[in-house]
Ligand binder design. Structure first.
Ligand code: ATR
Length: 282
């Protein structure tokens, strides 16, 4: 139907915590595009059938969040290269009855970081955590040409398994968590990224002193609740450049909005303020 509002949604289980309706709602408002973006709780048992119904109902696509990101990849008719390498999809785009799986988390991570890099690609990076978020971060670092990546995780075997899985396209060195903390006290690196849930509200903070880090070191915590984690506070006290995690959440939504509603959008202070307020971060 020509002129009917374009429809998209975020699907998860549960879904109440999702900020995606606020983010896409902001852009629908600022662009004036006639569209809707809603939150839907889809049960894992009927995920594929429910998604096919949305295709039939003329939706442009959906964002997938926990626990659907891996199965979203599995049910897609086509999978883009980034989503395949990450092993998960956060964006399903529907075209001509077919489901295309994308992953915009690597894009979001890198776009959030770029303004702090002043045109320099980090040569030596330490990534903490080896879960789903780490996969997107590692793929982004690989695509950006970061030469030397060191991966550390509480469960060391998970870090080595992930490094092996990505070994075709990237060389990733692994360390135990304690050895990574010791390294950060002894040698300066260009970039430190925490992708683990350590430091999140209710979890233990990261207490590493970062003793060897310098004002050239960029420290990014992808945890955004709280916005200022202990890791970022330590980094700031050392004079390092710090990047909080909320920007990744905002930037990852940009390619999805463009795919669903056809307009390029940017992350501005108004959007950030709206999301911070809704999340009680300010
Ligand atoms: P996500 O998709 O957000 O990355 P995930 O796949 O559940 O979530 O991964 C959580 C990450 O946080 C893992 O790297 C986990 O370490 P383990 O593999 O050892 O479980 C890490 N993590 C969670 N709690 C942690 C803690 N208290 N200290 C250190 N790492 C922690």
């Amino acid at each position: 139907m020509r002129g009917a509002p374009l429809k998209a949604a975020v699907v998860g289980h549960p879904i109440g915590h999702s900020q995606s309706p606020t983010i896409h709602g902001h852009w629908l408002e600022t662009t004036g595009i006639a569209g809707t973006y809603e939150a839907m709780d889809l049960h894992p048992d009927s995920f594929e059938a429910d998604i096919r119904k949305l295709v039939d109902q003329g939706f442009q696509g959906v964002n997938a969040t926990v626990p659907h990101k891996e199965v979203a990849l599995a049910i897609a008719d086509e999978v883009d290269d980034t989503a395949r390498r990450i092993g998960a999809s956060n964006t399903l785009v529907f075209r001509d009855g077919r489901i295309h799986a994308q992953n915009t988390d690597a894009f979001g991570f890198w776009q959030n970081l770029v303004p702090q890099l002043h045109g320099q690609v980090p040569q030596r990076a330490v990534v903490l955590g080896a879960g789903g978020a780490a996969r997107a971060v590692l793929v982004a670092l690989q695509d950006a040409g970061v030469g030397h990546v060191i991966l550390a995780n509480r469960t060391h075997g998970r870090a080595t398994a992930l490094a092996e899985e990505l070994a075709d396209t990237a060389t990733i060195e692994t360390l135990t968590w304690d050895d990574a903390e010791a390294l950060l006290d002894q040698e300066a690196v260009d970039l430190i990224v925490n992708t683990s849930s350590r430091g999140m509200k209710g979890e233990h903070p990261i207490t590493c002193a970062l003793a060897a880090q310098t004002p050239e070191t960029v420290v990014n915590d992808i945890v955004y609740s709280p916005l200022q984690t202990a890791l970022l506070e330590t980094a700031a006290a050392r004079g390092c450049q710090t990047v909080d995690g909320l920007g990744m959440l905002l930037h990852q939504a940009r390619p999805a909005f463009q795919a669903f509603f056809g307009a390029r959008v940017s992350v501005d202070a108004g959007l950030r303020h709206k999301v911070e307020t809704r999340m009680g971060l300010r």
